[in-house]
Structure formats: structure tokens, C-alpha cells
Design a protein. Structure first.
Length: 331
């Protein structure tokens, strides 16, 4: 939730769908989004890094206001009934909808997300467990909708899932699942990054290499959050230029692997004297710099293959030396 002001000056919480509705409405009325532009739940959810539920509510409000209309296709179009649909890349028009600046709202689910992610990822090492949505909300003192938004975000990363009865559970990160996730990554990530070459500027690659060189020079005096950001530089941000969005959708469910080390290395497990992924990431970006597709695929595949034993060892160590923490919302 964001924060706005009431007429008496007091704070008021704004839900994500209200904030999204207000911003989309302003953009449409200002003419920033052309008539006929197709708005879909999936595209907008990806744009603001959200689940589809608040997007669906925002679109319904825009529809009720007559700013968008349904058509013979998926989603809505901007304009009145009869407007011809126009397929556009929404990021080109709405890329700054929630820009990274001081005005970006911090929603309630974001405020507690890291805490919940840490708890759930750690518990996933020990098997499958139910999550009670009401108890999760009560534990953190938030509404049930906020708790659901957190669980939906975790679901997109392959950390939680719903069964046929709409009950939430933690997806186990056992050795077999880790192997399966790495198989997916080895098959898809090298191809996806190679196909993204045309969208990776020299400035982007230089920035990635500079960040890695600095971390390599400072290691091990590098925070867990910085190490995680460096993982995202390669395995998330650079892959966004891949034109095959189905690849990206599949890979998103493997990101639970990236969160694993973020929550245990340096806290429950001692940071290793040498972290090979820094040099391996540099090797990958060097191939990007050279525009060497074959070398890039090999460097990426080798990096992913090399990292699996370390991740398996860390997960095994946690299962052997620790017990799961108890929480009222985990059953």
C-alpha cells in the first residue's frame, strides 16, 4: 500500500489497485497511451512486478469509468467500443508508471515481503508445509489481502503454490527439485541470453562488469544483498532483453534458487573464502561484450552447471545442522 493524505492531513493507506488505477487513468487522460492500445493483466503485472489480482481490479475500474472497453480478444483496449485494437509495447508508453524515484509508493506487501521470503525459503529445505493465509496476516498485523499479495509474489518465483482447494503450501527445495530447476536453467538460460544480445547495450555490459570487478576486489567484505543483486544482474535484468517472453516466464519459477543463498550464506552458513560466481559472471559478460554467441552459451551453461553442487551442498548442510523455525502460520 502507498500513503496519501486525507483532507485533515492524516495519512491514508492506498491499495496497489487504487494506485495503479489512478496512475493509468492519468496517463490515458493525458494521451500518453494511444487509443486502441491493448491492456492485458499479464503485461501490466510484469510492468509493475505485481500479481495479476490488483491489475484486474484496476482495469475493472477503468472499464467502469469508460476509459477502456472490451473487444474480441484478450484484455481491454483504450477508447470506446469500436476502437480498433493497436498492439504496442506497453513499456514504451508506461515504463515510468512506477519509476524508481522518491515518488514510488511502497506497498504494504513489499514492506514485509523480505521477512516472509526469508522464513518460507528456509522452511522449504525441510519439506512441504501448509501456509495459513489468515494466520500470516495476523502474525504481521496486516490485512488478508496484503498477506495474499506476498504469497502470490512468492508463487511467481516457484516458492509457494496453491492446490485445487486454494490452500497455500511451501514447495520443497529438496535435492531432486534443485536438480530439476538446474536442468531447466541449463537448457533455457544460455539460449535466452544469446537471443538477448541485440538488446544489451555496451553501456549495460560495462556497468555489469564494473559492479562485478568492484565486488571481486572487495570480497569477502560484500553484503548478502549486494551478492544477490549481482545474481539478478545476469540471471534477471540482462535476460529481460530476450524476445521470447515464454522463456522468461518459465525461468521466473527457477528464481527460488537465487534466493536460497541470499538467506543462508553469511548467516546460517559461513561465507566461503572464494565465491566462483563472480569470476564466472565476468566471463559471461566478456562473451556478451565480444558478441560471441557460441562462447556466451558455453560460458553461461558452464556457470550454471558449476553452481549446482554448491547449492546442493548448502541445502544439505542446512537440513543436517538445523531444525525448522516454528511459526503459527506454517502448519
Amino acid at each position: 500500500m502507498g500513503i496519501s493524505r486525507l483532507e485533515n492531513g492524516g495519512p491514508r493507506k492506498i491499495s496497489l489497485y487504487e494506485e495503479l488505477f489512478g496512475r493509468l487513468k492519468a496517463e490515458i487522460l493525458d494521451g500518453a497511451v494511444p487509443e486502441g492500445a491493448v491492456l492485458t493483466e499479464a503485461a501490466l503485472a510484469d510492468l509493475i512486478d505485481s500479481s495479476r489480482a490488483p491489475v484486474r481490479q484496476a482495469l475493472q475500474l477503468l472499464f467502469e469509468d469508460g476509459l477502456i472497453t472490451r473487444f474480441d480478444g484478450r484484455g481491454f483496449i483504450v477508447g470506446k467500443t469500436g476502437t480498433l485494437p493497436k498492439r504496442i509495447k506497453l513499456a514504451d508508453y508506461l515504463g515510468k508508471l512506477f519509476a524508481e524515484d522518491d515518488d514510488r509508493p511502497v506497498f504494504a506487501w513489499q514492506a514485509l515481503y523480505e521477512d516472509v521470503e526469508s522464513i518460507v525459503v528456509y522452511r522449504s529445505f525441510f519439506g512441504r508445509y501448509r501456509i495459513n493465509e489468515n494466520e500470516l496476516a495476523r502474525h504481521f498485523g496486516v490485512g488478508r489481502g496484503v498477506a495474499r499479495d506476498v504469497l502470490l509474489k512468492l508463487e511467481t518465483l516457484g516458492i509457494t503454490e496453491k492446490d485445487d482447494n486454494f490452500r497455500w503450501s511451501i514447495v520443497p527445495l529438496d535435492s531432486q527439485r534443485i536438480r530439476d530447476l538446474y536442468e531447466v536453467r541449463e537448457q533455457i538460460e544460455p539460449v535466452a541470453l544469446a537471443s538477448a544480445l541485440g538488446g544489451l547495450s555496451a553501456e549495460h555490459v560495462d556497468a555489469m562488469l564494473s559492479r562485478l570487478a568492484l565486488a571481486l576486489a572487495d570480497y569477502p567484505d560484500v553484503s548478502a544483498s549486494t551478492m544477490y543483486e549481482l545474481e539478478l544482474d545476469l540471471h534477471l535484468r540482462s535476460l529481460q532483453a530476450c524476445p521470447n517472453k515464454e522463456f522468461l516466464s518459465i525461468l521466473k519459477r527457477t528464481h527460488c534458487i537465487l534466493t536460497l543463498s541470499k538467506h543462508i550464506v553469511g548467516s546460517r552458513i559461513k561465507r566461503p573464502e572464494y565465491e566462483p560466481f563472480l569470476a564466472e559472471h565476468i566471463g559471461v559478460f566478456k562473451m556478451v561484450q565480444k558478441r560471441d554467441e557460441e562462447g556466451l552459451r558455453k560460458a553461461m551453461r558452464d556457470h550454471i552447471s558449476n553452481s549446482q553442487p554448491n547449492v546442493q551442498a548448502r541445502a544439505a548442510y542446512i537440513r543436517e545442522h538445523y531444525q525448522p523455525d516454528e511459526y503459527s502460520f506454517i502448519l
